[in-house]
Design a protein around this ligand. Structure first.
Ligand code: UD1
Length: 423
């Protein structure tokens, strides 16, 4: 069992190169199944979720390699269209393989995604959309069995009840080689959707409107392999900026995509940190004296609203701010589980339903806590760096799903953080 030991009280300072984006690597890896040739993905982050996706691809017959942040996937020969449950469980977002497998093989069997730490994560929108495109989908003993009904899947007009990121991705994956045109209304507008579409276009797909709420996909006969560079991870960026804001100090983020970070930066700025974005790919932040609470309610919303994935890390920065900050979590039902750890460290937080009221305290102290989920776990590191004394963080497998060498990055910035292996 591994833990992180963090000793707080040091200011952070330094320059770092942002990792590649987890949330677009996963659908892009799934999309490589559709290409029938070799895809080379650069800037692919070294994460347990990425390795789980590569294992899923390997199990379908793809030949995969990974070195120096480059993943190569050759999907010429697909030998299997059933993904075993143990592999599906390894990665929360494995449902993204459903659209890709259907598109490539015309049939697939996957299992219902395992329980999730963010409350129930239904897939009703994914299923009803794929049905409208000609897939027969039924559930049998925890397995989802999908088969196209006719010769080919066909385009459809789909209006999503909510701009779900995963459902938008699954529809795109299914539509790129389907017969005719697919229109997605109320599509998710997250930058990761644009990254997936950018990759698919390089493979020969005909997609327009990504980044807007109406995406049009014209099915093509076949895709081909390509080389593609994965975008930077805006949530990892938000995490390291929040950490520096919380601990005090200064940081330069390189390889960042500034426009994608803006919904987050515009809120972080209200804490009194100095933030400069000198070019499209660099962010400088300096955090001096005590932060100010954020006056306006922080409402998580689909992009371009404030990202739910940055809620916990921003909260960590506001625990010792001057005044009261109010969060409203509108995307997931159960996304305040990190608050128990913060309270154990001395924070003053009241949670009622989707509202969390954070009253800034003078200081935090170290404690033994467990990561509850990926972003909540990263937020605990941030709180620990600004706390007095030592914090021991358990269940760090959650954190390793999304942050590449996080302890090395924190040490590079001057923080005191070690990974220890305990029996
Ligand atoms: C993705 C991201 C995750 C991020 C989230 C919202 C990946 C790998 N994960 O997750 O980090 O927090 O977007 O930005 O990219 N819903 C339904 N029915 C469905 C699908 C979704 O009710 O069929 C609900 C979910 O329960 C949730 C909301 O819609 O309450 C948003 O989910 P969605 O946008 O689909 O998130 P994910 O794609 O799972």
């Amino acid at each position: 069992m591994q833990k992180f030991i963090v000793r707080g009280g040091r200011r952070l300072s330094g320059e770092l190169e942002l990792q590649g984006c987890k949330n677009s690597s996963l659908p892009i890896l799934a999309a490589s199944l559709l290409c029938g040739g070799e895809c080379v993905l650069m800037n692919c982050p070294k994460l347990t979720d990425v390795f789980a996706a590569l294992r899923i691809l390997g199990c379908t017959g793809c030949k995969c390699t990974f070195s120096d942040n480059t993943a190569a996937v050759d999907s010429k020969d697909i030998t299997r269209n059933e993904i075993p449950e143990e592999l599906m469980r390894e990665m929360r977002s494995s449902i993204i393989f459903m659209g890709a497998m259907l598109g490539r093989c015309g049939e697939c069997t996957v299992s219902v995604p395992g329980g999730c730490e963010l409350g129930p994560r239904p897939i009703d929108m994914h299923i009803s959309a794929l049905r409208r495109m000609g897939a027969d989908i039924r559930e049998d003993g925890g397995k989802i069995i999908c088969r196209r009904m006719g010769e080919k899947l066909h385009g459809a007009k789909i209006s999503l009840a909510f701009p779900s990121v995963g459902a938008t991705e699954n529809i795109i994956l299914c539509a790129v080689t389907a017969d005719g045109e697919t229109v997605i209304n109320n599509a998710a507008r997250e930058p990761e959707i644009c990254d997936l579409c950018g990759f698919l276009r390089k493979c020969g797909a005909d997609i327009s409107g990504d980044g807007e709420s109406r995406i049009v996909i014209k099915g093509v006969n076949a895709l081909h392999g390509c080389e593609y560079r994965i975008m930077p991870d805006r949530i990892a960026g938000a995490t390291y900026l929040s950490m520096t804001a919380a601990a005090g100090g200064e940081i330069i983020l390189r390889n960042a995509c500034v426009p994608d970070l803006e919904p987050f930066l515009s809120v972080l700025e209200q804490t009194g940190c100095s933030i400069y974005t000198s070019s499209r790919d660099r962010v400088y932040l300096r955090s001096g004296s005590r932060l100010k609470a954020v006056r306006d309610r922080i409402r998580t919303m689909p992009h371009p609203g404030f990202p739910t994935d940055a809620q916990a890390v921003l909260m960590a920065a506001l625990l010792c701010a001057d005044g009261t900050s109010v969060f409203e979590e509108n995307i997931f039902d159960c996304r305040y589980r990190h608050t128990d750890a913060f309270i154990k460290m001395g924070a003053d937080i009241q949670v009622v339903g989707k509202i969390a009221v954070v009253k800034g305290v003078r200081s935090l102290h170290g404690a033994a806590v467990d990561a509850t989920d990926l972003r909540g776990g990263a937020a605990m590191i941030s709180a620990a760096l600004s706390a007095e004394g030592m914090t021991e963080i358990g269940r760090i497998c959650h954190i390793d799903r999304g942050y590449e060498k996080i302890e090395e990055t924190v040490r590079l910035l001057g923080g005191d953080m070690q990974r220890v292996v305990k029996d």
